[in-house]
Write a protein that binds this ligand. Sequence first.
Ligand SMILES: C[S@@+](CC[C@H](N)C(=O)[O-])C[C@H]1O[C@@H](n2cnc3c(N)ncnc32)[C@H](O)[C@@H]1O
Length: 285
Amino acid sequence: MPEPISQVDYWNGAVGERWTTMQEELDRVFAPLTEALLAGAGLRPGERVLDVGCGCGDTALRAAGQVGAGGAVTAVDVSRPMLARGRARAEARAGSGAPVAFAPVAWIEADAQTHPFEPEHDLALSRFGVMFFDASLPAFANIRRALRPGGRLAFLCWRALPENPWVNVAREAVLSVVPAPAPSPPDSPGPFRFADGEALAGLLERAGFARVAVAAIDRDIEIGGDAEAATRFAVTVGPVSGLLRDLDDPDLRARAVAAVRAAMPGGGPVRLGAACWLATALVPG
Ligand SMILES: C[S@@+](CC[C@H](N)C(=O)[O-])C[C@H]1O[C@@H](n2cnc3c(N)ncnc32)[C@H](O)[C@@H]1O
């Protein structure tokens, strides 16, 4: 059995490159969810924000616009290509002569589980960047230490696969053709790790957060302008791409992709349900 790949290698390898190439498309697809996150975060001018697992920087850059020139954003990630994209976008925006005053963004290549952040942030936020820690409890305790007393946490993570047709329609189609992989060990890093909202709330309380709330966010997201584009998207990102990646047999792969194409609704843009938790909490004090 091959050794499982580390998250640092995973996000610096083909997956990180793919997220970087697809940055604009992913930000467009996730936009309705991003709006829900930012509404829940309630950013105010002058605040200091930590974006955990910032990836290519969409939420860090938006936060920098919301807190304005008097604020500051720390954007942390382990993925070099994704951070480079975020930095390049910030530089392009600074050079564009836009009339809006943005907070400076510090792009930090570091492991958010252990990095000794200054304990000065007003808000830690994340869009799907907190489900990949080796050990979630010490990681969230470290994020709590990055916040001042009274500081806030707000992040999005996925609910269970069957509640997320934007992934599950394609996954079920692929699994009609290829054998299901062995189930991952419980609580291992992965996008659906926090599907159990009660367990997530308990975890955050044990990590030292107060006033923990885990609220369901349901949105239809457009994964493609037509069934072809939606198929391309579905087989390129997330767990479905993982199922296809390990297939050596090109015929089997082609049959799996054809099954996804057949499962996509036709007749225009493909909008499928996405189900997240918006977790919010406070640092006591
Ligand atoms: C699903 S992506 C989300 C990226 C970005 N927040 C977005 O919404 O586009 C998960 C991100 O978490 C980052 N990540 C995973 N483990 C991490 C860790 N221990 N410390 C910092 N970043 C991490 C990955 O490199 C990746 O950029």
